[in-house]
Design a protein around this ligand. Structure first.
Ligand SMILES: [Zn+2]
Length: 302
C-alpha cells in the first residue's frame, strides 16, 4: 500500500510516500503547482466561474447546481459539464499543471448530480446525439476524459464520489469507461467522523471489486476552518484506516489543511498505543502496513 498526504498548502508533510496538493479547489481559487507533488484540480465545481458566468451553472428540474440548493448533495456551484469555454480553459490549465507537477488527480470532472444538465445547450446536444439521456451523459463525461488524457503526460487519477451503485445515473460516470484512461481511482470518503467503520470498510471492498485500476481512498483529518471538535478522532481514523486496508485497497490519503494539521494527527495516532496494539489482530499484511506507517511516525513526532 501507498500512503499520501492531501493538503491545501504548498509544503510536504513528513512521513508519507507521496503528496497531493489542492491546486484548484471548488471555490475556484488556484495556487501554483509544486514540482514534486501531485496536483488535485476540481474541474466543474467552481464558484468563481459560476459567479463570473451565471449562465454557465448546471441546470436541472430540481433547480440549478448552485450552493444552497438542498435537493442535491452539492456544496459548491457547479458549471454545466458541457460548457465549451470552461471545458477548453480547464484542459489548458490541466495540461499546464501536469507539466509543473507529478501529475493530476481530478475531481468534479462529471455532471453535478442526477437530472443535470438541462440547460438549452445540453438539451440540444442530447437531442442531436440520438442516445438515451443517461447514455448521452455518460458519453459526454467519457469523451471529456479522453480529451483530458491527451493532455496529461504524467499520472492521471480519477477522484470519484463514494457511490458505487448509481454513479452513472447521478454523475454520468461509468467506472469501466474511466478505467481506460485513468492510472488509478481515488474514492473520496470524507466524513467529519468515522464512528461506524463497518460502512466505510464495505464501500472500500465494493469499490475494490468494481474498479479496474488501483484504488485509493481519501479520509478526512482536518479541513480549513475546522476546530478540534469538528474533526474525526485519531482513534476513528486509525480504526477506519485498518478496516479499509484489509478490504484490499491500494492506498490511503489523509486530507488536512497543511503539514501542521497532519503532524497533529500523526502525534495523536502515535499516542494511541493500546489501540495500535489491539488493531494488530484485525488482519494480515495490509493492516500491518497501516500500523507500520504509524510506527514510522514515532520518530517524526517524538
Ligand atoms: Zn448544460
Amino acid at each position: 500500500m501507498k500512503f499520501g498526504a492531501y493538503v491545501y498548502e504548498q509544503e510536504k508533510a513528513s512521513g508519507f510516500d507521496f503528496h497531493l496538493l489542492r491546486v484548484k479547489i471548488e471555490t475556484g481559487a488556484r495556487i501554483p503547482p509544486v514540482q514534486d507533488m501531485y496536483s488535485n484540480i476540481a474541474v466543474f465545481a467552481d464558484n468563481a466561474a459560476a459567479r463570473s458566468h451565471p449562465d454557465w451553472i448546471s441546470q436541472s428540474p430540481l433547480g440549478p447546481a448552485r450552493m444552497g440548493n438542498s435537493n442535491f448533495n452539492i456544496y459548491w456551484s457547479v458549471v454545466c459539464a458541457t460548457q465549451p469555454e470552461h471545458r477548453a480553459e480547464q484542459l489548458d490549465y490541466i495540461e499546464d499543471v501536469d507539466r509543473h507537477s507529478l501529475g493530476v488527480w481530478l475531481n468534479s470532472q462529471y455532471f453535478a448530480d442526477h437530472g443535470h444538465c438541462t440547460c438549452p445547450r445540453c438539451k440540444e446536444l442530447w437531442r442531436k446525439s440520438g442516445l438515451g439521456w443517461l447514455e448521452w451523459r455518460r458519453k459526454e463525461v467519457t469523451d471529456y476524459t479522453d480529451q483530458v488524457r491527451e493532455r496529461v503526460k504524467k499520472e492521471l487519477v480519477m477522484c470519484i464520489q463514494p457511490d458505487p451503485v448509481t454513479a452513472c445515473e447521478r454523475y454520468g460516470v461509468d467506472f469501466d469507461d474511466l478505467a481506460k484512461y485513468a492510472d488509478a481511482f481515488n474514492v473520496v470518503m470524507f466524513s467529519k467522523n468515522y464512528a461506524t467503520p463497518w460502512y466505510w470498510e464495505m464501500l472500500a471492498r465494493g469499490f475494490k471489486k468494481l474498479l479496474k485500476k488501483p484504488v485509493y481512498i481519501s479520509l478526512y483529518v482536518y479541513g480549513p476552518g475546522d476546530t478540534a471538535k469538528d474533526v474525526p478522532s485519531a482513534s476513528e481514523l486509525l480504526t477506519v484506516s485498518v478496516r479499509c486496508a484489509r478490504a484490499g485497497i491500494d492506498g490511503i490519503l489523509y486530507l488536512a489543511s497543511g503539514p501542521s494539521q497532519i503532524r497533529d494527527f500523526q502525534k495523536a495516532a502515535v499516542d494511541k498505543v493500546e489501540l495500535r496494539e489491539r488493531l494488530k489482530s484485525y488482519g494480515d499484511q495490509p493492516v500491518h502496513e497501516v500500523l507500520g506507517l504509524v510506527k514510522s511516525w514515532e520518530k517524526i513526532v517524538g
